[in-house]
Design a protein around this ligand. Structure first.
Ligand code: PLP
Length: 385
């Protein structure tokens, strides 16, 4: 038997040999998507802080007020003594914005997905998930014990065929997809997906981590497509600028989740300053649609200047194939003062390692255009050669 250390070293060696080892880099953030890493300043094009709200004075002030008034930590789960009054305010604002009866806030988006899915389906049920659905949706699906079938990415015909084949053998069926796909930036065709799900008596849950604050006037993918999924999940950690996750649904569904979602019941509530900052962020999203339009406008300006296809969201992928090629491109941009993360398997399928550019409202147009020029002349020209 090998020791745990030997095991770890051998696994790390394998990952390193395939350019798949991951490591943490200390990074300090400043307003305007500026970051300090390794003693150097960069403009970051890899944050999900799409509206720049993580550095917004209103969010900082709300968090400061709350920490002074209520303290740093929640001390218990929401079901014990952690259900701070700020939760009700945040949930009412989320439900109003999503036009649902109710909303429920979780400790994070990840915790929302691994809590919600197993609370609603289990053995004897069927989950149909887009093959590119986020890791935590898949974790929730696997935890549930339901049969999990992946349908081809954004392929409504494949979803329909799977439903025709599998639906009748299952008691309940849940369709899982993202509003805006996190690594490709494309939108799920939610209008058609909602119709197909309804026709097969399947429930629909959307993960709108990258849609809220950005598409549909900032209200998210469901507004963009004018549909009402049974469950609209999202995060407070991206465009909202704070931390936490949520799901918007009917009153009855939310009450059932309070009774059954293990990641809500057995995890400590969010700290009050985090909830207070999220409220301030949601208020800005609700009132400032011009701000919410900027990330997409910036992504489009970049793509136009770089000669890339017109993006549908604030996320622009540039597929480079091998992990080595993606890392080399990322390093090239780093030398120019831009932080753009290389995304490698297993986050994306084998052979589709890429740069993932994400655009925010507070990027300077000058930086966007300089980045586009370097991408066009140094990365795209080489890729074509
Ligand atoms: C980031 C993300 C999550 C997780 O949200 P957190 O609040 O960061 O835990 C879930 N789904 C998708 C699609 C994401 O991109």
């Amino acid at each position: 038997m090998t020791s745990l250390d030997e095991f770890a070293r051998s696994k790390l060696g394998e990952a390193e040999a395939r350019a798949l080892k991951r490591s943490l880099a200390e990074t300090a953030h400043a307003p305007g998507q500026r970051v300090l890493r390794g003693g150097r300043n960069f403009v970051s094009f890899c944050a999900n802080d799409y509206l720049g709200l993580a550095q917004h004075p209103a969010l900082k002030a709300a968090a400061k007020r709350a920490v002074d008034e209520y303290g740093a930590g929640a001390g218990a789960s929401r079901l014990v003594t952690g259900n701070h009054p700020l939760y009700a305010e945040l949930e009412a604002k989320l439900a109003a914005l999503k036009q649902t009866e109710a909303a429920l806030v979780f400790g994070s988006g990840y915790l929302a997905n691994v809590g919600v899915v197993p609370a609603l389906v289990g053995a004897g049920d069927l989950i149909l998930a887009d093959e590119l659905a986020h890791a935590c949706l898949i974790s929730g699906a696997r935890l549930s014990g339901a049969r999990v079938v992946l349908f081809r990415h954004n392929d409504v015909d494949d979803l329909r065929a799977n439903l025709a084949h599998e639906r009748s053998a299952a008691r309940h069926c849940l369709v899982l997809t993202e509003g805006v796909f996190s690594m490709d930036g494309d939108l799920a065709p939610l209008g058609e997906i909602a119709r197909v799900a309804l026709a097969h008596r399947a429930w629909l849950m959307t993960d709108d981590a990258h849609g809220f604050g950005v598409v549909g006037n900032g209200r998210g993918s469901a507004t963009q497509w004018n549909v009402t999924p049974d469950l609209q999940m999202g995060t407070l950690s991206k465009a909202v600028g704070s931390y936490g996750g949520y799901v918007c649904a009917s009153r009855a569904v939310v009450e059932l989740l309070v009774t059954r979602a293990r990641s809500l019941i057995y995890a400590t509530a969010l700290p009050a300053p985090t909830i207070a900052a999220a409220i301030a962020g949601v208020d800005i999203i609700a009132s400032d649609t011009a701000l919410c339009a900027k990330p997409l406008a910036h992504a489009r300006a970049f793509a136009r200047a770089a000669g890339l296809p017109v993006p549908a969201s604030s996320i622009v992928p540039l597929l480079l194939g091998s992990p080595d090629a993606a890392l080399a491109a990322s390093r090239l941009l780093e030398d120019e003062g831009f932080l753009v993360v290389a995304i490698r398997p297993p986050t994306v399928p084998e052979g589709t390692a890429r740069l993932r550019f994400s655009f925010a409202a507070d990027h300077a147009m000058e930086d966007i255009l300089r980045l586009a020029e370097i991408v066009r002349t140094h990365i795209l020209a080489r890729r074509a050669a």
